[in-house]
Ligand binder design. Sequence first.
Ligand code: NAP
Length: 471
Amino acid sequence: MAYKTVNPYTNELVKSYPDATSTEIEAALSTGNSLYKKWRDEPVNSRAVILHEIADRLRENEDELAKIATTDMGKLYAESKGEVELCAIIADYYADNGAEMLKPTPLSSRNTGDAEILHQATGILMMVEPWNFPYYQIMRVFAPNFMVGNPMILKHASNTPGSAAAFEKIVKDAGAPEGSLTNLFASYDQVADIIADPRVQGVALTGSKRGGQSVAETAAKSLKKNSMELGGSDAFVVLSDADVDKAVDLAWRVRIYNAGQVCTSDKRFIVADNLYDEFLKKLKANFEKLVPGDPMDPKTTIAPMNSKRAKEKLQGQIDKAVAGGAKVYYGNQPIDLPGQFIQPTILTDIAPDNPEFYDEMFGPVAQVFKVSSDQEAIDLANNSELGLGGIVVSADSQHGKAVAEKIETGMVFVNSFLVSLPELPFGGVKGSGYGREMSQLGLTAFTNEKLVVTAQEPDWNNPAGGLAVFK
Ligand code: NAP
């Protein structure tokens, strides 16, 4: 049984889940396909009531859902509760706006007919999701595609099966028809078979570069449209005119939230030389105050990492960076608790030839760099194989915006947390993947953008036929 909850704070095996059977997979495919056909004949708005009900049930069950997520992957209980609320916000947003956003788009054309693009469902969507936001990652895909009318099959991370089952139950209890979202504890081979099935028309993956490459390759073999939301090594750029206290107050929070296991958590802090020493000193002061402990305890401010494997991987990366010339400015000491803790750590002097320079450090480790100009900051921010997000801090928001425009990522925020909301597109460029989730872009990621032209006057005898357009 590959799917297990092992509490990362106590290291106890909480529950194992049975592997998906071929009968369950076939049932998910045939139920999903029948639902797709049924939904095609129903107005989009008919699904809004259920999506609102899902939001209500998320809120009603927030404490229980938060506990399940924290037990699965160790994040602070308060953060888990915030995640459940964000899911409810996303569900409400698409319930309120989905039908309007999916209305046909009229086109103005030299043709004498009425041309419009219909945004239609395409069929079952396979979603492959990671453990770091065990509900939100599902909801980013689920809410828009539920309104579109694409039934979904979920393969969640093998260490967050409790959250996967709980999400599926909320959807079912809210009255969504069978097949709307079917969670399967599927193996990689089973996922590949599902993707190849002709009833499946799209694949949405959020995860690592390794996982993305493998699943994208499988999807390409059967020409299935796919979106890839992969890792990030985002830059947090502190410009020379920034207020260093405000910059640090943002910096430590973005790095420590979710024990640093956020794709858009800034991992590289690129600081103007006039502020560098003070920034480091104040970042360290904030890291020193963090209290490791039970993530269910409100006094705990730094959670364990999600698994032993994740902790060992990050520790290996820190060791490799240090062996390659990086200096430990703060941290990297063992924490005397049974859970999978990494002490918040600050690394400096990471040169481009350091073996970890281009790697994503997925945990509470801040890499801090000193630069002497805006251009140097931009060049360093862009010297990355990844391109997900980023933050620019400046006393002058127009100055910050001018720098933000030059950063090669999918999202940049100026003087703000990088927030994820249903109306904003989420996604990256370069090694961070392709496609967007949420907003209008995410809503239509797996629609058939179908052109329908209706002639105003019947045009049966056009001698040039379809070539008329080239006259
Ligand atoms: P991962 O190993 O790629 O796992 C993510 C999901 O993909 C899991 O469900 C995993 O299943 C599955 N998976 C991996 N390889 C697969 C394959 N060959 N076939 C089918 N399924 C496969 O990612 P992770 O390391 O756990 O997650 C952290 C990464 O996700 C980080 O790089 C982070 O930056 C990125 N991330 C990106 C975003 C974004 O929106 N861009 C958001 C959050 C996280 P198993 O668990 O069974 O292996």
